[in-house]
Design a protein around this ligand. Structure first.
Ligand code: NG6
Ligand code: CA
Length: 514
């Protein structure tokens, strides 16, 4: 009896020793798990750690205050598709003319031969996944949504992909798992078209009585769940997503991925849909912000992030995980639906102190919340280093001991880890195909024709007849164009800008919203 007990104790000790060993072996400073949490249209001023007072984001704040909170962190573009293209490929989006806001039927815009962050990490032993919004195109032209859709995320480096094709306001309103529409009933095939409607299908334009959310501009095609969308869709009834459950749904998928892969080394791109339109908080978040649906979905997103981090903690891998959090472009209030975003805004400033917003060449278009967090490894700090999401490729390659051939993505690993404040010297930012140059504390916006304000969304484009030059250190709100009083500085920036942009530095005619 006694002997048996001793044996049992001995084997328990041996077992726990092995468990310890396994844990120890897992913490590898060169091969942490990497998670990139990406929000959609979250503004610089939408986070309490970035100065919001009317809205609280305690879970994002925990990351910001426990990691590096960048104050000069940029998306490469003021809209979604180009920013996402630049992150995954490490290439400036204006080098690919297809990298602009895409319809849900657009072909994949990343060349499958191109190096990408997930491909690079995969070749260094990582499992790779994307869960959430995609918006980089699928297939090669004509897509049959009833068969496996490819090429897509799996073909550019993700082992696992659970996505929505484009945006929450665009058809198809279904989830796609590794190329296959999730929950599709083969007897009810799904058809998608952006040019013309299917006979007998109600639309937001012709059947406003069927809409529970009203469209303001665009967004008047097929109605799904009472919400009129961009594009036409027919069939696929059983596969249609529930908008109010979308945040929970993606969260559950991300949590499941963590649980299933906690003993592996992985890269997860968790691309959340909030606070992009249509803003559809789950009923338990309705009214929580006092600011209407836009505020409520930010509160919801923050909650999701908290739950997601808890999952990492419970899996015992938080200290072995490098987390990036950012947004694909700046904020917009009315982006096509009447949803009280303007009316109930109160004193909240989604742009913080910045000028412009989504679609804009002014700062609020591309300067976004940007946080790195690695419990136990990154020391909390604020950094004013100039960094761009496009720099992930070169920096993560460095982290895992690889090298990539890239001209645009800069290796800033020590900056991301909070060990250095020496960021980029310059950066070209983009907004709906127009570009500007940030260099040091300065930004130069070349003259552009076209409207100074996009009326529908009430956002300044940055377009002006003359060159604009701002010193962002002294004038973060870009109220004082100092081009005329600083001719030398202006010339220096124009020269560098023209050398990078070539012919395109002469500008384009107008801002295109579609
Ligand atoms: C615009 C849509 C806007 C939004 C945006 C994409 C209209 C009038 N506006 O074309 O609502 O969907 O595209 O946003 O249709 S992004 O964050 O994905 O770039
Ligand atoms: Ca966006």
């Amino acid at each position: 009896m006694k002997k048996n007990l001793l044996l049992l104790i001995a084997s328990i000790m041996l077992f726990s020793c092995q468990v310890d060993k396994k844990k120890e072996a897992k913490i590898d400073p060169k091969k942490p798990n990497i998670i990139f949490i990406y929000l959609d249209d979250l503004g610089y001023g939408d986070v309490s750690a970035y100065g919001a007072t009317e809205l609280q984001t305690p879970n994002i704040d925990k990351l910001a205050n426990g990691g590096v909170r960048f104050t000069n962190g940029y998306a490469s573009s003021a809209t979604c598709t180009p920013s996402r293209y630049a992150i995954l490929t490490g290439v400036y989006p204006w080098k690919n003319e297809n990298a602009k806001i895409l319809p849900g039927t657009a072909p994949l815009i990343i060349d499958t031969a191109q190096i990408t962050v997930p491909k690079m990490l995969r070749s260094n032993g990582y499992k790779t996944a994307i869960i959430g919004k995609w918006h980089l195109g699928l297939g090669t032209g004509v897509v049959d949504w009833n068969e496996r859709v490819s090429p897509g995320p799996n073909e550019v480096g993700f082992d696992h992909a659970y996505i929505m094709a484009a945006t929450q306001d665009r058809v198809p309103t279904v989830y796609i798992e590794n190329g296959n529409v999730d929950g599709l009933d083969k007897n009810d095939p799904i058809y998608v078209d952006y040019a013309k409607n299917y006979e007998g299908q109600p639309t937001g334009k012709e059947n406003p009585e069927l809409c529970t959310m009203k469209w303001h501009h665009g967004h008047n095609n097929t109605i799904v769940n009472g919400i009129p969308r961009i594009g036409y869709m027919k069939g696929g009834e059983a596969a249609k997503w529930s908008d109010v459950d979308m945040a929970d749904h993606f969260l559950a998928k991300a949590q499941e991925y963590i649980k299933n892969n906690k003993d592996e080394t992985f890269f997860l791109n968790y691309t959340m849909q909030q606070p992009h339109v249509p803003r559809t908080p789950h009923p338990r978040f309705v009214g929580k912000s006092g600011m209407g649906p836009r505020g409520d979905v930010i509160v919801e997103a923050d909650w999701c992030i908290g739950e997601f981090i808890k999952t990492l903690e419970e899996a015992g891998i938080l200290e072995n995980t490098l987390i990036f959090l950012s947004s694909d472009n700046g904020p917009v209030l009315n982006d096509g639906y009447y949803d009280d975003a303007v009316e109930k805004l109160g004193d909240h400033k989604p742009t913080g102190p910045l000028r412009g917003g989504k679609y804009s060449l002014f700062e609020a278009g591309t300067r976004v919340p940007f946080i790195t967090y690695w419990k136990g490894t990154i020391e909390p700090k604020e950094s004013d280093a100039l960094v761009c999401q496009m720099d992930l490729l070169a920096s993560l390659a460095k982290l895992v001991g690889d090298e990539v051939n890239t001209t645009d993505s800069e290796e800033l690993l020590d900056v991301f880890l909070g060990k250095s404040d020496k960021g980029r010297e310059s950066l070209v930012i983009e907004a709906t195909t127009r570009t500007a140059l940030r260099k040091g504390d300065w930004i130069m916006i070349p003259p552009y024709k076209g409207w100074p304000v996009i009326k529908q969304v009430n956002i300044e484009t940055g377009n002006a007849k003359k060159y604009q030059l701002y010193n962002l250190k002294e004038d973060i709100s870009q109220t004082n164009n100092v081009a005329e009083t600083n001719p030398e500085k202006l010339q220096e920036l124009i020269k560098e800008f023209e050398a990078i942009r070539g012919d395109a530095s002469k500008g384009v005619e107008k801002v295109v919203l579609h």
